[in-house]
Write a protein that binds this ligand. Sequence first.
Ligand code: 3H9
Length: 691
Amino acid sequence: MTTLTESVSVERDGDVAFVVIDNPPVNALSFHVRQGLLDGVNQAVGDGAKAVVVICEGRTFIAGADITEFGSPPKGPSLQDVQAVMEDCPIPVIAAIHGTALGGGLEIALCAHYRVAVDSAKFGLPEVKLGLLPGAGGTQRLPRVVGVAKALSMMTSGQPIGAQEAAEYGLVDEVVDTLRSGALSFADRAVSNGWPLSRIRDRNEKLAEGTPELFESFRAGIARKTRGFLAPEYNVQCVEAAVNLSFEDGLARERELFMELMTGPQSAAQRYYFFAERAANKVADVPRDTPKLSIERVGVLGAGTMGGGIAMNFLNAGIPVTIVEREQAALDRGLAVIRKNYERSAKRGSISAADVETRMNLLTPSLDKNDFADVDMVIEAVFEDMDLKKTLFAEFDAICKPNCILASNTSALDINVIASVTSRPQSVIGTHFFSPANVMKLLEVVRGDETSDTVIATTMALAKTINKVAVLVGVCHGFVGNRMLFVRRLEANQMVLEGATPAQVDRVLYDFGFPMGPFAMSDLAGLDIGWKAETSTSSSIRELMCESGRRGQKNGRGYYTYDAETRASTPDPEVETLIREFAQSQGIEQREVSDQEVLERLLYSMINEGAAILQEGIAARGSDIDVVWVNGYGWPVYTGGPMYWADSIGLDKVVEQINHYYQNSGASHWKLAPLLSRLAASGEKLQNAVP
Ligand code: 3H9
């Protein structure tokens, strides 16, 4: 074995040279990997090897370019230099793939003459998720292998495909049982049979399917999902270039568009966000090696929308769930909804019909909380009533085995008060899922004063197992997400009293990149949640709306009127009159409110609240707040999240406007958070701030 660089070595097995990459954690293409690969292939040829296998140690094949190197001056050979050496190599080069071949990693594999993989391997070009496109020929080579339609879908979704599918599309030449010996056998056969040195760049037959109609319909198909993002469209343009231009010209076009994205604000925000999400899973005062509890079975109390959705997360991960309801009818309804959701997924093809049954079989329905006796974690998902929660947690305390984690899905209530009724407050934690809980990625994990390190570490790890992005937060009303949402709602309501229309407020947020604004969201949720006719006193717009029979989307009348068939919404003049008259009765003079003011008041109020949350230690880092808002509330990731966005505007400007709105309104949520004031003065960033 010869060591070439700190991460690459080369070793011989008969006629075959193995170039071995070992660059933990994910074998990213750092400069020493590129150098080693280039030297390794050259050395193999120089030493008289008859074939080269590129293979990785550790958990994965190359997972992409080294994102930490982006923005730094180039060092070592470029990816393209390495690719040229592989592609033009006079002996067969075989990529041996396990784990994930992603981004630059797949682009390297596409420059081998052949690819072998184990069954569990995955292949993808996820650059779009970083606001980028594959910048090392991937946009030109992938469509030449898998065809135009498949390449478009892989590149614009960033979703990887498995080895079997990759083999069907010709991306993998052989699926092997054992990577190293399988690759060796493949290489020996390539040599003894004189298989050609197949270069993907020379293959054009699959490009013919790329008609203008195909591109047009593909664009229409992704328009809604990719609204506001630059990268998906640029990826499509690169595939168009693959179809319409020569390989070399296509590469040049790819380079040009790649550089534009790389130096633009969207990719900067999305790359920041990539690391923000990974940082969120680390807890500064809970050591990484903290022992974790084993979670073999979970209990969920409540089979409503929330409880059912929560249960599905565990079933999806193969963890059995005991779900308990008060009455048979509610339990049956809950189970039917879960089954319906799975059947819908099976119909769409995202899971198989067999998966539906496997998952349903992991679910044990019950009407008896005593069935929680053998679970390792119980999650309460009943409605927000502190007395009820206290009663339930006292029962859990009596029923559940020692070390069982007692979790509440409360979205705002005090975990410490809930914990106080148990004899084991160290085992109590908040797990705030977002609706629909089987879909939304965010999990706010709420630590109480006495929650143990073990319980925190276990819950954070469990979140990853069930495919959630977890953010650890402290106790306060509404935690991070809802507390910031409350101030945004206050401002939205205040502005419509001052003369903005609900449609204007919603449009401003929609144009910023949110899926919908606060009024459309209220209509969707139902205006009458928590409203009671008997106690309604016409003292707010919402009460007036409910009193006049407006319930939101469910009865076709809310802030908007909804078409019974298409669900299309139209602003309602009656609502505007109702608001105007109420404002008058309150002595509020209406005026024109500019879109800029709407945007600032909705979002700067949140930034100020976010800074206060950070200062109080409710969030552990500024970037955690961004993770909450991007994953839980649809903040557009291409602006990074509220803290990153505030930094990009300039904290001094934000502070100036916050002070302005405080002077105008005197409202307590506009009182400048001291942390924000300090950061603005020192030129530090909110995204990097810690309490
Ligand atoms: C690209 O390739 C551009 C090219 O087209 C060519 C340009 C010319 N670089 O996610 P995990 C770190 S763009 C540097 O927790 P998992 C990560 O920060 C790239 N570091 O593990 C974390 O560090 P820490 C295209 C990276 O098992 C640790 O590895 N590729 C990179 O859940 C573990 O990560 C991608 O976008 C990287 N590329 O998931 C793939 N990737 O422990 C991005 C990870 O200090 N990566 N790290 O927090 C992933 O999707 C996941 O990390 C992966 C593993 C699926 C690989």
